[in-house]
Write a protein that binds this ligand. Sequence first.
Ligand code: ZN
Length: 438
Amino acid sequence: MVAWIGVDDTDSLQGMCTTFLAAEIVRELTTDYDLVGYPRLVRLNPNVPWKTRGNGAICVRFGHGAGRRTLIGELEGRPIWSHAWARGDDDVWRLRARVSTLVESRSEFQEPTTNPGFCILSGQPAASLYWNAVRRIVSKEEALAAVRSPGVLREYKNGRGIIGALAAAAWRPRDRTYEVLAYRGESRWGTPRVLDPDSVKNMDRSFASTFNNYDYECDRIVIAPHSPCPILFGIRGDDPGVLPAALQTIKGESPAGWIVFETNQGTDDHVIPAPTLEPRTTVQVDTQVLGLPRTIRGGHVVLEMNGLEAVAYEPSKGFRNIVRALRPGDRVRVVGSIRAQPKTLNIEKLQVLSLVEESRKLANPLCLRCQKRAKSMGTRAGFRCARCGQRFPHSAAVRELVSRALEPGWYEPPAGSRRHLSQPLSRRLDRSRRRAAA
Ligand SMILES: [Zn+2]
């Protein structure tokens, strides 16, 4: 039997993070239990208003390990092994006191918005809980109703953390990626991180299965967080086997330890395929561009679509030029989150499905009888020959096609301004190539 431990909402913007607590739980419990599978970092709906940073919960599984074992980390110089599965029976209640102590000592209780919760269950909650929590807003009652097996449920303060804790335990990966997290020694917490940008670029080029490492457009490292938390950096990728080697190539401050997590980052699990306009969800909409894109104060670009305005915000940088190049009549598939007030769609990425022809007028129509150019009678009102009075429709003007600055295909913001859950286009292409080869 496996004990499923889920934890959420222990962190704040000032320090700590739930992934560090995961390492603490692994360090503590691997002294007499075996880790089963990878520790999991599960991102939930990025549109919940009360999230701290990335809305990430964790799930770690313990038992009496069996089957093949894999090296998935190193903490305090000790190798951390993970087992393929577990055998025998165990009492999840025996873990309660130790997990409570860790959560209580490593949570930011003084933060008003931090409301920790954890669960220790002998089986996973219903799968639907994960899908609801990654895509919508889930109530505590709904989360508790998804529990299918006996175990420990523990809430602190308003107890909201139990929702994410249960949702993380409910995750059954349909798609998955991995992230190796490097931790900082406690004496360095809150001090500036020292990482060599060139080594990050080299790693990015040498390990093709990794993603979101370096923002070449803004020329900055993406793997390191900006908060004073105990994380030094994290490298994301599709192949967990190469991540420890990728970590070794990063020059600068040496990590005090590392762990490879299995995650739902970069999977697009948060995207509701149906074009709903429910606030605080992320949707995919196929639509037609209605008006010319316009740039508003702050450098954001607004696109008028059928019944909705979509916005590419300033941090999406060069991606805004793609949006600016769209013309009325173009067909696009837009992925983005629905903001409640004003009701707009915040564009995460877009696919140009088809482009209209764009042309510009070269000359007014020629009156063949008089060998003279006709005169315009006003906007879209057509033309008239000033000499003989013959009329010509608006469409009779001599026009030439202008080549469009865009091609059909997918476009996304630079690595530094993507959401944790957003599937990077590099992954999307790799996956379709793999499917084509299979
Ligand atoms: Zn004429």
